[in-house]
Design a protein around this ligand. Structure first.
Ligand code: ADP
Length: 260
């Protein structure tokens, strides 16, 4: 327990020490609260697929003679819940890794235009399935030192979300441009949007605007959290603007200082 505070009245050295102590206590309380919330969230997120697996397997066990077709269907559902569990655990381990101090970035000369082109061509089939137009507007050509893999992952998360949260026949526009001493990768969709009061939370671990929908689309609620950390490691930032039913725009802003 970190709730031992001292009463401080004066302005002498000892009182100042007391104040510093109280401040530290408050900080520790916050960290402790966050830790407990996180463990609670993880347990909840893992329990949901586990409950589904349990119900599905029990039904199979107790059914006398299940037709093969239904049997296979249940097994398929169990299989995808196991995949989900694996995805959550992989993402969690990755996040924990990212939060370690002295994390190593593998800087390489990266031609950003080419990196985005490659990601877009990989995500194209996903967009095609929903007849979504996926466009890339290259305002500039940029070559910088980046951890290619980490920036690629961030972009896959953001562009993947834009496709995921945009209905059929929509569009996703990716734009690359410079702004002062940074370059910006803007990802604009005309999808479902995010309510204004939820915007401040979307980078929180496990936060999803619509849990049921996100689960159906296979989301873990960890993608944006990971993306934000990956970009922060490069001294960059991720910004978002959104209007419900109109669409969302995400900005990945990275320093140009390491331009080569
Ligand atoms: P998920 O795995 O659920 O997609 P993310 O961390 O990537 O998790 O995103 C968190 C939540 O933010 C999503 O569940 C969704 O509600 C919302 N979100 C993210 N990107 C978009 C977008 N382009 N349009 C609308 N909502 C989005």
């Amino acid at each position: 327990k970190f709730n031992q505070k001292v009463e401080v009245y004066g302005s002498d050295e000892i009182s100042n020490l007391g104040r510093a102590f109280n401040l530290m206590t408050t900080k520790l309380e916050q960290v402790d609260k966050q830790r407990r919330e996180f463990v609670g969230n993880v347990s909840h997120e893992l329990r949901t697929p586990l409950s589904s697996i349990k119900i599905l397997s029990e039904t199979l066990i107790h059914q006398e003679s299940t037709p093969e077709k239904i049997y296979k269907e249940f097994l398929k559902d169990i299989d995808s819940e196991v995949d989900r569990l694996n995805k959550i655990i992989d993402n969690l381990l990755y996040l924990v890794d990212l939060e370690k101090e002295n994390i190593h970035l593998d800087y390489q000369i990266t031609y950003v235009n080419y990196l985005i082109q490659k990601i877009i061509s990989n995500l194209k089939p996903l967009a095609d399935k929903k007849n979504i137009t996926l466009n890339f507007d290259e305002k500039v050509k940029i070559q910088v030192m980046l951890d290619k893999f980490k920036v690629q992952q961030s972009l896959i998360n953001i562009i993947g979300n834009a496709i995921k949260y945009t209905p059929e026949n929509g569009r996703v526009d990716v734009e690359l441009y410079t702004q002062q001493d940074s370059f910006v990768i803007k990802v604009k969709d005309n999808g479902i949007g995010i309510p204004e009061d939820e915007l401040p939370f979307i980078f929180d671990r496990f936060y999803r605007v619509d849990k049921a929908r996100a689960r159906k689309t296979g989301g873990t609620g960890l993608g944006l959290s990971i993306t934000q950390q990956l970009i922060a490691l490069h001294q960059g930032e991720v910004k978002v603007e959104s209007t419900v039913n109109k669409g969302s725009t995400f900005y990945i802003i990275l320093p140009l200082r390491s331009a080569v």
